[in-house]
Design a protein around this ligand. Structure first.
Ligand code: 9MR
Length: 609
């Protein structure tokens, strides 16, 4: 077996245990490269939004810079603000602020000395298409349905329905003696697994975007019925909800049937017995898949998301709403009966473990969603007494290593907090206000973090000084929190923070890499994905536009990252390579595209105020 084949067989996450550092002051290797030393959002800036770039320059002396149009005409000139050494990138940087320039334009460039940026636009509709592409990611990754034109833009991305055989999946090993129909849903990421704990936060994020838009945003959902062009478009239901329902229906199917020992719980996950290779379509029929045992975390994810769906669909589809509510109540009761059935860390053969050793936050989240839906006074008491209801999280201790963030698939208290703060319910007004204040304070915290960062990213370094797996999703979720701070206060500084988070993702970063496919001068091209395998296997397509890479990950848990030259002494923001086999830095995932959808929808609505 050649080395490449061996790596392919290992697949996602298989080398997770190889913990390596990737920090240190040395960024020399990269500073010497030919990448433009003026780093900008390669797509562009909003005319009335914040506009700044990062210049890499050893000298601590301010230098003049200019904004020029395609013909070389100077549109704006200013002076750089030296910031010195930036820990997260290892670069010595200056900030170039040209926010005062508000005229629209295309193919503009920033120039400082002999350094010039990639071209970019200044226009209000920067995010209009990107938000659609970000949400379309989910259709592309649907299981159990043909993915075809006209819903995909090109036959390149058409494929037959994958895993129709998920209609009858037996339990892994001998953990149960029934089979379940767990067809449908979205594939988790570059692999063809389907995991309740990650499907949960992803479906929640799309549904919460709907609720935020209706209750504290502009009063209507950001997508409408039709523009997304999915099979359900035109059915009278917002496309955003139709897409989320594709996953909610799957989550409902993962519930253990009545009469079984763990009735009401949810199976943790369903995936292949072995990691599969890259460059394969999802098979229509597969006999190598199994249901993994139920877990408390999955059960509470189901309770939370189904409770949320129940209230959203109440008028739109009362039958579905009732189904969701019944499932949520059964799941809640089952989780209370089995509060410590934890998915093991070691269960990562053929699929991600998604283990979670602290589920108190999932209890808080599920209780919050049920309370908002049902206004049950006993649940209010439970929530008020719960430790996770005391402080909105901004430092995560589980997977996040003290990292400055509010939520991940593993830390979900913030999700419940957000629903309580956003959605009208019987919650006492002073409690709701306290919850909103907590989110606004988190927004302030992320703005402070950005001030310290050379690339203005709303992600500080944790105690370890590292970036985690999926770092881009952490900063997207922090941007999501800032967008809520904006909703509650209408203070433009929070929305500006959201815009600057997108600047980092779209190329204003030390690798001058747009982490989103199809966008920017150096777009993401080779994410770890079994079907989007262009260049790896002939006949396979590139990623469609609008997919975000997990991005820099200090621990470099895949062999390809290291073969590509990444080393443990690189600063966190440089721990990335756009290579299909580099799954620990360059995978795509539903829980990462969900906050991308939120953030781009928010920016398309805000447009600078
Ligand atoms: O996003 C997950 C990350 O937080 C974990 O550290 C990592 C290792 O357990 O797994 C990530 O999730 C992957 C999952 O295990 C399998 N499907 C792809 C997911 C994204 O890389």
């Amino acid at each position: 077996m050649d080395r490449r084949a061996a790596v392919v067989l290992l697949g996602t996450g298989a080398v997770m245990s190889a913990v390596m550092g990737c920090k240190g002051p040395s960024g020399l290797k990269w500073a010497e490269s030919s990448a433009p030393r003026v780093r900008v959002n390669q797509v562009g800036y909003l005319p009335r939004g914040p506009k700044s770039a990062t210049l890499v320059l050893e000298s601590p002396q301010p230098v003049p810079f200019e904004l020029r149009d395609e013909g070389g005409r100077v549109l704006f000139s200013g002076t750089s603000q030296p910031r010195g050494l930036d820990r997260a990138s290892g670069d010595r940087v200056h900030l170039l602020d040209f926010s005062a320039h508000r005229a629209t334009g295309t193919k503009l460039r920033l120039r400082a000395g002999d350094a010039e940026s990639f071209p970019f636009d200044v226009r209000p509709d920067l995010y209009a298409q990107l938000k659609l592409d970000a949400l379309k990611y989910f259709y592309h990754n649907r299981s159990g349905i043909d993915v075809v034109r006209p819903f995909v833009d090109d036959d390149l991305w058409a494929r037959q329905a994958g895993h129709l055989s998920d209609r009858a999946v037996p339990c892994w090993g001998r953990s149960c003696d029934y089979v379940l129909d767990v067809s449908g849903g979205w594939y988790d990421a570059g692999d063809y697994g389907k995991y309740v704990v990650n499907g949960g936060i992803s479906a929640w994020t799309l549904q919460a975007l709907f609720e935020r838009s209706v209750h504290v945003g502009p009063g209507q959902d950001p997508f409408g019925d039709g523009p997304l062009r999915i099979p359900e478009s035109g059915n009278g239901i917002p496309d955003l909800l139709d897409e989320a329902r594709w996953e909610v229906e799957f989550l409902l199917k993962m519930q253990v049937p009545a009469g079984q020992p763990f009735a009401g719980m949810a199976h943790h996950k369903i995936h292949d017995h072995e990691w599969s290779g890259l460059g394969i379509e999802p098979a229509p029929h597969a006999t190598n898949r199994g249901l993994h045992p139920p877990s408390t975390a999955a059960t509470l994810n189901l309770a939370a998301v189904a409770a949320q769906a129940a209230r959203i669909w109440k008028e739109l589809d009362p039958g579905f709403s009732q189904r969701c509510l019944d499932a949520a109540l059964r799941a809640w009761a089952a989780a209370r009966r089995h509060p410590d059935k934890l998915a093991p860390r070691s269960d990562d053969k053929g699929g991600g473990a998604y283990s979670d050793e602290r589920v108190e936050d999932e209890f808080f989240w599920a209780a919050a969603e049920l309370y908002v839906t049902r206004q049950d006074p006993a649940l209010l008491e439970y929530l008020l007494a719960h430790p996770d209801g005391k402080r909105f999280p901004t430092r995560l201790g589980e997977d996040g290593d003290g990292l400055t963030s509010s939520m991940t698939w593993q830390s979900t208290a913030a999700l419940g907090w957000i629903s309580l703060a956003v959605v009208p319910s019987a919650l006492p007004e002073e409690v709701r206000q306290r919850l909103r204040d907590g989110i606004v304070a988190a927004g302030d915290f992320y703005l402070e973090v950005m001030q310290q960062e050379g690339y203005r990213v709303p992600l500080g370094l944790g105690e370890s000084g590292k970036y985690p797996w999926g770092s881009n999703s952490f900063l997207l979720n922090n941007a999501l929190v800032m967008s809520l701070a904006y909703d509650f206060t209408k203070d433009a500084k929070y929305a500006a923070g959201v815009a600057e988070a997108m600047d980092y993702l779209l190329g204003r970063n030390p690798l001058v890499q747009s982490y989103v496919s199809g966008y920017g001068s150096v777009p993401l091209r080779h994410p770890h994905h079994r079907f989007w395998a262009e260049g790896y296997r002939s006949g396979f397509p590139p990623p469609p536009p609008g997919a975000v890479s997990g991005g820099p990950n200090s621990s470099l848990q895949d062999p390809q990252s290291r073969r590509s030259g990444l080393t443990r002494d690189l600063p966190p923001q440089k721990c990335f390579v756009d290579h299909i086999e580099a799954w620990s830095v360059n995978e795509v995932a539903i829980n990462w595209n969900a906050p991308l959808t939120w953030v781009t929808a928010f920016l398309d609505e805000w447009r600078g105020g």
